[in-house]
Design a protein around this ligand. Structure first.
Ligand SMILES: [Zn+2]
Length: 277
């Protein structure tokens, strides 16, 4: 059976920021790659009002996402159709149609049929913090793991969380600032989570898996640039010199939460499909 990788993300652009390298690499290696995006991202701030047509922010971001998918080689994108919930504490967290306000079971019912249809051997999503605490990212984690548990082992086998190892995360922020780029502490997540978030990341020991995506950094940058409404050329991620991006994005980090591996404990797994026939 062919190999399938399915990544569950919150907003258009998250797929590229946190998993653009693996999506590009595995697509190039012949793996069927699928991105599920839970929200339309309709509360995203648009960098340039001139980009906005009559159809609104959600439609613009869907269009940008489609272009990014093409750059990365992703075969299928499914949007679960929820509204963006906004940043922590916003009243929009509880607005009608917001992902954060959705009943867990109802959201799982939207994701589960995709798992049953695609039968991905590998599912990737966020950890319980969603990286930096965004309500939609936290909810994405909850929905994805609930759907994975319902689908496994017949329809999904291995589960991974995106991780930002602390040592790498600190190096990331320091390196941008050393290039004169005013990067927030949450820079590795691509978001500016405000001055209260001085850093993001987990203890390095939590990382089980590091995927070499060095050859795909140019594709990741090109896909990121497709999300122009969120990632104008002035964005701190796009201001990185190509050399710096090549160094900082050479690997993407994960923790294996379910499924087999042949990698001995204490060693870093180098392939998401390790342990699968
Ligand atoms: Zn997001």
């Amino acid at each position: 059976m062919g190999r399938t990788l399915l990544a569950v993300h919150a907003h258009p652009d998250d797929e590229t920021i946190s998993t653009g390298g693996i999506l590009a690499r595995y697509s190039a290696e012949g793996v069927r790659t699928i991105v599920v995006t839970c929200t339309t991202g309709d509360l995203g701030e648009v960098s340039d009002g001139g980009l906005l047509g009559d159809s609104g922010v959600g439609a613009l971001r869907q269009h940008e996402l489609a272009r990014a998918m093409a750059v990365l080689g992703v075969q299928r994108n499914v949007n679960l159709g929820y509204g963006d919930s906004g940043m922590p504490g916003w009243p929009e967290n509880h607005r009608r149609g917001a992902f954060f306000a959705a009943r867990l079971e109802e959201a799982v019912e939207r994701l589960l049929p995709i798992l049953e249809q695609e039968r991905p051997q590998v599912v990737v999503t966020y950890d319980a913090t969603g990286g930096y605490g965004h309500p939609d990212h936290v909810k994405t984690h909850q929905v994805a793991i609930a759907a994975f548990r319902r689908a496994a082992p017949a329809h999904a086998v291995k589960l991974y969380f995106v991780r930002y190892p602390m040592r790498w995360s600190r190096e990331f922020v320091a390196a941008l600032r050393a290039e004169g780029i005013p990067a927030p502490g949450s820079a590795p997540t691509g978001a500016n989570a405000g001055p209260d978030v001085t850093e993001v990341g987990v203890p390095d020991q939590l990382v089980t898996t590091a995927i070499d995506v060095a050859s795909y950094v140019p594709k990741k940058r090109a896909a990121l640039a497709c999300h122009q409404s969120q990632m104008p050329s002035s964005h701190f991620l796009l201001r990185m010199s190509p050399d710096l991006a090549a160094r900082l994005w050479a690997r993407e980090y994960f923790s294996r939460e379910a499924g087999p591996t042949t990698t001995p404990p204490g060693e870093l797994e180098s392939d998401l499909f390790d342990g699968l026939d």
